[in-house]
Design a binder for this molecule. Structure first.
Ligand code: SAH
Ligand code: MG
Length: 214
């Protein structure tokens, strides 16, 4: 069952190499604490499908949030712009129809909870511990920093914080995800476990510090 979902993930459009997607899947599957999987940055569902396969095997769900208007690099004139994703009615990027098609075609609508919103809006409403939080939204410092601040407190002790596109060498890519990865390590709340490529995995060992108590 989850083999078919993983095959669908491999053929979906997106920014997740298969080895990193499999590492994402395996990590989400192995988390020993209960709770949903959370993804920030659904795009066209590729990474979501790796997580959906894990959710199905865990008997749980993946909640994935995206405003579906694209990140900076997806906008017209930028490196990862796809003109086919522009909604002619609004003139804006819209990845939601393609995302739904990918999730429906893979047969995982029952385990994928898609939230169309800004990540920080959902985080402010969120009131339970997540077993796994995967950050893969916008890669500006402001946005990546906000995602870390908003979502890190929701990672259960024993759960995992996963961060994508972590490139220690600026020659390999933008530094915002690397900076939040450093911040998480420096918080003293996480221990790094083996990741894959630009995917970093951090296990929460201690509850989040209460703001203002330090
Ligand atoms: N995880 C996907 C790629 C995500 S691309 C894959 O591996 O295939 C990043 C996504 O983050 C884009 O779809 C963009 O719309 C979304 N995004 C950027 N900033 C956001 C924010 N503040 N809230 C919600 N989604 C955001
Ligand atoms: Mg990414």
């Amino acid at each position: 069952m989850s083999e078919a979902v993983l095959r669908a993930a491999r053929s979906a459009v997106g920014f997740m190499p298969d080895d990193e997607g499999m590492a994402l899947h395996d990590a989400a599957l192995s988390v020993p604490v209960p709770g949903p999987l959370v993804e920030v940055g659904s795009y066209l569902g590729r990474s979501t499908l790796y997580l959906a396969a894990a959710a199905r095997a865990r008997g749980g769900v993946v909640v994935t949030v995206d405003h579906h208007r694209g990140s900076e690099e997806h906008q017209p004139g930028w490196e990862y712009h796809d003109p086919g994703l522009v909604d002619p009615t609004t003139g804006r990027l819209d990845t939601l129809p393609g995302f739904r098609r990918a999730i429906a075609s893979a047969g995982v609508e029952d385990v994928v909870v898609a939230v169309v919103a800004r990540s920080e809006t959902l985080a402010a409403l969120w009131d339970r511990q997540a077993a796994f939080v995967f950050l893969d939204g916008s890669h500006t410092d402001e946005s990546a920093g906000r995602d870390y601040r908003c979502w890190s407190p929701h990672v259960a002790v024993g759960g995992l914080l996963a961060i994508h596109d972590v490139f220690p060498d600026p020659a390999d890519g933008g530094q915002a995800p690397y900076r939040i990865y450093r911040r998480a390590l420096e918080s003293g709340e996480y221990t790094e476990v083996p990741g894959c490529g630009s995917l970093r995995l951090l296990r929460r060992d201690r509850p989040p510090a209460v703001p203002g108590s330090a």
